[in-house]
Design a binder for this molecule. Structure first.
Ligand code: PLP
Length: 399
């Protein structure tokens, strides 16, 4: 007799456990912050959250969520065009557009759905999307959907390889339109897309540029406007997608920022808008407060930068080899997957929560622990984490 679906899945889950790739969930009993209370572990320093600015626990951000809940109630109860949309969505969308430097923006329940809304909605069989090999899974799936639904064309360029991108653009000269799609910051490496070069190539080959700035909004650039500000291309990116679930309060939600026409077209035609509820108003309130808070507290970005430079330098001084870069994502390459997982477990025993990543998330032999720094970390938090790295690194003979 054939195994039932449940039997098959159970057997596969056992396999994940045997292979050491089963993900155990760690339960927290406190808000996301520099330190959290982890069930069974107590007080733990978090070095693996996207709470880059520490806004998850800022009273103004929390209060704005409460106020929106009181004013608009718990739910949106349907799709925006069917049952009405909330004024707070319009206000949030104007705030986000002004922050990232576009004419308009449109909110979604996540950046995953924002990305999925883009390619299948705007590309047809005559069009091509050309994407970086290391793009986030949600961009990859957006392109997969588009290829399936609209039969659009697709080409992949080697990671940040501008020569390869130019070859792909040249080969796509006959397409009706060309869309280059890249992450702003690549989450596993922490490196920044070469947006100035990409914009120059886009101009040369009459292409549009879409940037998923999830790890950069609120983080990169002098005032936190993201990769375009960091690379001197503010106002030159056609489509920006980003999340509200990282630096901007960390709840969830995402958005597409672009021209008024582009956002209107997504409102009319994108399936995640037409067939799914709007962003909860509580999140809209908190995210808007997060942007406003950031505008009036630029010192958060300075602190994030100082913390990042300190942690990276101190890791190096202790003999570790973090990948160099400009972002608060600091991967420490360890080699084999088992080593990364072991190191992550041992660090947790020392009170530091940092996730290990191995193949297939990263290439074979490049397993790593990925540290993410926050403006909320105090020097004391970082020093305690560094002492734990030192101790565990020595035990594992890494340093
Ligand atoms: N894009 C990038 C680059 C991300 O890192 C993530 C989250 O991991 C997403 C999109 C998805 O964001 P959200 O959690 O808002 O769906």
């Amino acid at each position: 007799m054939r195994p039932s679906v449940e039997q098959r899945l159970t057997a596969e889950l056992e396999g994940f456990k045997r292979d050491g790739v089963y993900k155990r969930l760690n339960y927290l009993d406190s808000p996301q912050a520099a330190r959290v209370v982890m069930e069974g572990r107590g007080d733990v320093i978090i070095l693996s959250s996207n709470n880059y600015l520490g806004l998850c626990t800022v009273p103004e951000v929390i209060r704005a969520g409460h106020e929106a809940l009181d004013r608009f109630g718990a739910g949106t109860a349907s799709v925006r065009f069917i049952c009405g949309t909330f004024t707070i969505h319009r206000e949030l969308e104007a705030e986000l557009a002004s922050f990232v430097g576009t004419e308009a923006s449109l909110s979604f329940v996540s950046c995953w759905t924002a990305n999925e809304a883009v390619c299948p909605t705007v590309l047809g069989p005559e069009d091509i999307v050309i994407s970086d090999q290391l793009n986030h899974a949600s961009i990859i799936d957006s392109i997969r959907l588009a290829r399936q639904i609209t039969k659009c064309q697709h080409a992949l360029y080697r990671h940040s390889d501008m020569k390869d991108l130019e070859e792909k653009l040249q080969a796509a000269k006959e397409a009706r339109s060309r869309l280059i799609f890249t992450d702003g910051v690549f989450s596993m490496e922490g490196d920044v897309a070469r947006l100035a070069d990409i914009v120059a190539l886009a101009q040369k080959y009459d292409a549009a540029v879409a940037v998923d700035d999830s790890h950069a909004t609120g983080v990169l650039g002098r005032t936190g406007r993201g990769t375009p500000e960091h690379t001197g291309t503010l106002g030159q990116i056609d489509i920006i997608t980003s999340t509200l679930g990282k630096a901007l309060g960390g709840a969830s939600g995402g958005f597409v920022a672009s021209s008024t026409a582009f956002c209107d077209y997504l409102t009319q035609r994108s399936r995640p808008q037409l067939f799914s509820n709007a962003l909860p108003c509580t999140i809209a309130g908190s995210a808007m407060a997060a942007v406003r808070y950031l505008r009036s507290h630029p010192e958060l970005i300075t602190r994030l930068r100082q913390n990042t430079a300190y942690f990276r330098d101190q890791l190096k001084a202790r003999g570790f080899k973090p990948i160099d870069g400009d972002t608060p994502i600091i991967p420490v390459i360890l080699g084999e997957t088992a080593k990364a997982i072991q190191m992550s477990e041992m660090l947790l025993s020392e009170g530091v929560f940092v996730t290990g990543f191995g193949y297939p998330v990263v290439p074979k032999g490049e397993a790593r622990v990925r540290c993410q720094i926050s403006a909320a970390h105090t020097r004391g938090d970082l020093d305690q984490a560094l002492r734990a790295f030192d101790k565990v690194g020595r035990k594992l003979k890494l340093v």
